[in-house]
Design a protein around this ligand. Structure first.
Ligand code: ADP
Length: 422
């Protein structure tokens, strides 16, 4: 076997090695590097480059063997010099001795250049060019595949991005629509509520005028200013007056709720002496207490305890709580009123030994028109507005009204208020 023959079989083996390597290459970059490395190995060159034409047809270095990254980078950036000058620069030689270069043809188009330079003195072989061409041909197929794959991936990435962008925009649009709809509904609800509030306020005024007239004429008759009346007629008049009062109370309650709902209530807030205010309530409820033989106790407040409140509205809340306690406590029961400071505020409690409130109704009773529906509740008069008004008033003063209860044993209503302005 001659030297030349051994050399040839050696080169063919290297060519086969390279084509094996191609089958394992997974990326475009890897294929290009495999080709450049393979070219150097096959032709026993110390430098090799693989250039690909960019979209303007300029040849750019994509893989290099035996050339420093800095040099590659310098010649990647500029295209000022001719291709020959660039090749000289890249290979760092003055002459083209030992230079072998072949075109890379992909899909019938010249797409690049595969070139090597052998060190001076190392002789080449006549079929160096043929070998390099064979390698270039082998590179073409995987290169085309990889390029296609990259294009595909870029395209699908673009498509995916576009899809994401679209769906995000759609989501934003839907959210915007939902918000607009919610705004519209809120505005409509507010407007409906305002209209309702105004209507109720107007109606209440309209109702109060004739009710006051009824009271006036009843009084006229009772005073016998229109002539003498019989005892039966007097009893009838008493009943008329009772019903008139009841109706007036209802109308006033409704008016109160309407005013509170439409925000037409003003609070004259000041530091109110608690002991004094609470004590003044007892005479007002004494007749009702007596009528049901209820025991009432008021534990005196600390002398200088103050609530930051509108005095009249505080009285209104307390009278409501106390008359509820009386209303919903059986004959001979007990009612207690107490007050104390708590944190930086004060707390007033009205505790009764009445029938209590079911746990699931403890919040509902503060809604307008809610009355716990038992046979007993229907016997007691009321509108279900008292607690709703009281809680609104408490909150209007920066406080809170809550209830707790053990059914059958009694209820506790707790009014918390600030003790001074913040
Ligand atoms: P009204 O007393 O006119 O029915 P309220 O708003 O004052 O309206 O009270 C609502 C409901 O809460 C009452 O109907 C009653 O069922 C319940 N309630 C209020 N206070 C008490 C209490 N002290 N004990 C038991 N139930 C009560």
């Amino acid at each position: 076997v001659t030297d030349e023959a051994r050399n040839d079989s050696d080169r063919l083996r290297r060519l086969t090695d390279v084509s094996h390597a191609f089958t394992y290459a997974t990326s475009l970059q890897e294929i290009l590097r495999t080709a450049a490395d393979g070219a150097a190995a096959m032709l026993q060159a110390d430098k090799a480059i693989l250039m690909l034409a960019d979209e303007r047809g300029m040849l750019r270095v994509h893989a290099a063997y035996g050339i420093s990254a800095a040099v590659v980078e310098r010649f990647q950036a500029s295209f000022d010099e001719t291709l020959a000058d660039r090749l000289h620069g890249l290979f760092d030689t003055e002459s083209f001795d030992g230079f072998v270069g072949v075109p890379l043809v992909v899909g019938g188009r010249m797409t690049g250049l595969l070139a090597v330079v052998r060190p001076p003195g190392k002789s080449g072989s006549v079929d160096d060019e043929w070998l390099l061409s064979a390698l270039a041909d082998q590179t073409a197929a995987p290169l085309e595949n990889a390029q296609l794959a990259e294009q595909l991936e870029r395209a699908s990435l673009l498509a995916e991005n576009a899809r994401l962008y679209e769906s995000e925009r759609e989501a934003r649009r839907l959210a915007e629509l939902a918000r607009e709809e919610a705004d519209r509904q809120r505005a409509a609800a507010e407007s409906a509520n305002r209209t309702k509030g105004e209507f109720i306020a107007n109606m209440s005024h309209e109702l109060r005028t004739p009710l006051n007239a009824i009271a006036g004429y009843v009084q006229l008759l009772e005073m016998e200013l229109r002539g003498p009346i019989t005892p039966e007629q007097r009893e009838d008049l008493r009943r008329i007056r009772m019903s008139q009062r009841h109706l007036l109370r209802l109308v006033n309650d409704v008016l109160n709720v309407a005013r509170l709902e439409t925000g037409h209530v003003e609070f004259a807030l000041a530091e109110v002496p608690l002991q004094e205010v609470l004590q003044s309530l007892e005479p007002l409820i004494a007749p009702q207490l007596l009528a049901k033989s209820l025991t009432f106790s008021f534990v005196a407040c600390e002398a200088d305890l103050r609530a930051y409140a509108d005095r009249e509205k505080l009285e209104q809340i307390m009278l409501n709580l106390l008359s509820n306690a009386i209303k919903f406590t059986d004959v001979s029961g007990q009612i207690r009123m107490e007050c104390e400071s708590e944190g930086d505020g004060i707390v007033i409690r009205v505790v009764d030994t009445g029938r209590g409130i079911p746990a699931d109704k403890l919040e509902q009773i503060f809604d307008p028109f809610v009355r716990v529906d038992t046979g007993f509740a229907r016997q007691t008069e009321g509108t279900g507005l008292g607690l709703s008004i009281s809680r609104d008033l408490a909150r209007g003063m920066g406080g809170e009204l809550t209830a707790s209860s053990v059914q059958g044993e009694g209820s506790t209503f707790r009014l918390a208020l600030r003790s001074s302005a913040i």
